[in-house]
Design a protein around this ligand. Structure first.
Ligand SMILES: Cc1cc2nc3c(=O)[nH]c(=O)nc-3n(C[C@H](O)[C@H](O)[C@H](O)COP(=O)(O)O)c2cc1C
Length: 411
């Protein structure tokens, strides 16, 4: 398992509250820490609409990248007339090298299973899937054990908690390229189809898996829901930032210590890099990469940016970038960028969204400057940084595959 970084005393612990448990799939230990109390409250006390209303009041937003409001997705799926509805937990963890989702799945598989069951109950889904990278064997094994245990105790299955409702949960190991984490691709793969992205709308909440309304959400998002139902929406809303309540897992790299930490939204990038042992002194950090391959390379002046969806977006992290991933680079921004461009030239790029525009600009610039041969040979790195700078002058973010590999070589 990825190392867990210690966080300051008094920081809230929701997703990793069970860190250090001797056996994460020991049901009795999980139950004494509150596992399945949230589902019980949903089914016995709140009902589907009341459950959604509680999640809405908590202000929970998706941890998968864009920060969509969780309850809004649930309402759309529940309100779309259909014979079947589905819940899909996105535990693919697309960012190369990022261990956040895997860490959660290994640390508290019951929270993920319970969150999925609550979402299924809220939208009226009988079948749900938890998609996990197949190479994350420990996570797959623990999740499967947690699903089996929950089913054998009647929390899920044919008559979940005596509700006469059927909530089946299936663990699906999946494997593919980076794009597999994107929701429309993952839904196709789940259905045995070729994994190609689809234009949205329609969004999966109205037309997703098997053309039925589907709530697809990051595992961190879903694993937060039991805590909200157990402790109440107001307790959750009081944690983190006003427009982004709660906590998120961040993978901190490139500093003295690497590992995953649970941080309240609103924490500054400076405080997060400090968890990795980066000295707080100015001028040490030359660049911070936030959001993994589709994220942004931010200058040191951005270190005081609060870790919230909108603040990071304004600072240059793009929407839909996947797991929270923070990398403090000790070398200069230009060196990091140069390596990224080299990577563009060396690999086939799966282009999506704004990536196409950015790539087109860089490539066109390099081509115009007479570097067409270097591009074709995948040797963008051979071009002098001073020249490269001309083409990416106005590019504030980048996309690349295998970012971790490259940056790992740089710092
Ligand atoms: C290229 C690409 C890769 C993505 N990979 C992931 C991923 O690995 N895990 C994830 O939860 N979301 C990923 N997303 C975002 C999903 O499409 C989707 O928005 C997310 O699962 C919704 O969950 P949320 O509502 O909890 O944020 C990716 C998006 C893109 C564009």
């Amino acid at each position: 398992m990825t190392a867990l970084l210690p966080t300051p005393k008094g920081w809230p612990s929701i997703l990793l509250a069970r860190r250090g448990a001797a056996d994460p799939i020991d049901f009795d230990a999980a139950a004494s820490a509150g596992a399945f109390e949230g589902l019980r409250r949903a089914i016995r006390e709140l009902g589907p609409e009341g459950t959604t209303a509680e999640v809405e009041a908590s202000g929970l937003r998706g941890r998968g990248g864009a920060g969509h409001r969780t309850a809004a997705k649930w309402r759309t799926a529940a309100g779309t007339p259909a014979r079947a509805r589905y819940v899909v937990a996105n535990g693919y963890g697309a960012d190369p090298g990022s261990g956040t989702d895997r860490t959660l799945l290994e640390t508290d598989p019951y929270a993920v299973v319970e969150g999925v069951a609550i979402a299924a109950f809220a939208i009226g889904a009988e079948e749900a899937f938890i998609c996990v990278r197949s190479t994350a064997t420990e996570a797959v094994g623990r999740l499967q054990a947690a699903v089996d245990e929950a089913a054998s105790r009647n929390f899920i299955g044919d008559d979940a908690l005596g509700s006469r409702l059927r909530i089946e949960i299936e663990v699906r190991p999946v494997q593919g390229a980076y794009m597999l984490g994107e929701e429309t691709v993952l839904l196709k793969a789940l259905d045995g189809k070729r994994g190609q992205p689809e234009q949205r709308p329609p969004h999966p909440a109205t037309r997703g898996f098997r053309n039925a309304p589907t709530v697809i959400q990051n595992v961190q998002t879903l694993a937060t829901v039991p805590w909200i139902l157990r402790n109440g929406a107001m307790a959750f809303a009081a944690i983190g930032a006003a427009d982004a309540p709660g906590t998120v897992l961040v993978d901190v790299r490139g500093a003295a210590k690497s590992g995953v930490a649970e941080v309240p939204f609103g924490t500054s990038l400076r405080d997060i890099t400090t968890l990795g042992g980066v000295p707080r002194a100015p001028r040490v950090v030359k660049a911070v990469v936030v959001g993994g391959p589709t994220g942004g390379i931010l200058p040191p002046s951005a270190l005081d940016t609060a870790y919230t969806f909108e603040a990071l977006r304004a600072a240059g992290k793009i929407d839909e970038s996947v797991e929270s991933f923070l990398h403090a680079g000790g070398k200069n921004v230009k060196a990091v960028q140069e390596a990224l461009w080299a990577e563009y030239g060396a690999r086939t790029i799966g282009v999506m969204a704004d990536g196409a525009r950015v790539l087109a600009r860089i490539w066109q610039g390099a081509w115009n400057a007479g570097n067409g041969n270097a591009i074709a040979a995948g040797k963008l790195k051979s071009i002098a940084p001073s020249q490269l700078k001309d083409y990416y002058n106005d590019v504030t973010f980048v996309e690349s595959f295998y970012l971790d590999d490259i940056i790992g070589k740089l710092v």
